[in-house]
Design a protein. Structure first.
Length: 211
């Protein structure tokens, strides 16, 4: 049976893995990006990939993925859509992408010619309605008909309730990390997630089994 977790449970597992076991968060981020690369290469047209990155570690996964795609010779660009101060890991991944001169935009660019979109705007921590500007961009993406792979959870979906927080990405697939999230088993979260794939990136489940 697939393990289901709330946002709080997932965060506890993350923190246990990083603080108690000692696995650096950047290592987990690399595992997530490598899993996403594998999924993309199996099932998506990578002629021209756009990665939507927020300011948290979900966005950091997106930046890491952009680097991996670039280094393998794929055409990739980034839309930086973060609305808060980036996490330390996110900033480090941004710095690496800047070194490799990966094309970067501050909003969703013209989608003409884009063959695949990766959603790494918001992760499981979203607990507020997204901005009007982001609602407009999410709507544009959903109406484009371009295949979307969401990382961990479709942006705009509440990880515990499945509610749409203003607007939500409608993904072809969602690659969720380690455990499925409760909000993706309840509509509209379930519908927005598309096919759910679970990637083992090395996060411990010990907090879930400890009384």
């Amino acid at each position: 049976m697939t393990q289901l977790v709330t946002a709080a449970e997932m965060k506890a597992c993350d923190q246990f893995t990083i603080q108690e076991i000692g696995v650096p968060s950047m290592v987990l981020m690399e595992h997530a990006a490598l899993s996403a690369l594998d999924t993309l290469e199996q099932s998506y047209d990578l002629s021209n990939t756009l990665i939507l990155c927020g300011s948290g570690n979900n966005g950091g996964d997106g930046y890491a993925l952009a680097r991996l795609l670039h280094l393998k010779g794929y055409t990739v660009s980034i839309a930086e859509l973060g609305t808060t101060t980036p996490s330390a890991e996110n900033q480090q991944q941004q710095k690496i992408c800047t070194f490799y001169q990966i094309p970067t935009f501050t909003r969703v660019p013209d989608l003409f010619g884009v063959t695949t979109i990766v959603d790494a705007i918001f992760g499981i921590g979203l607990d507020r309605t997204i901005s009007d500007e982001l609602i407009e961009m999410v709507t544009l993406i959903n109406e484009s008909g371009i295949d979307v792979l969401a990382l961990d959870i479709p942006s705009g979906i509440h990880a515990d309730t499945g509610a749409v927080m203003g607007a939500a990405i409608e993904a072809k697939q969602t690659l969720t990390f380690q455990f499925n999230k409760v909000g993706m088993t309840i509509d509209p979260g379930l519908a927005c997630a598309g096919e759910i794939l679970i990637a083992d990136i090395g996060i411990s489940d010990q907090p879930l089994t400890t009384e």
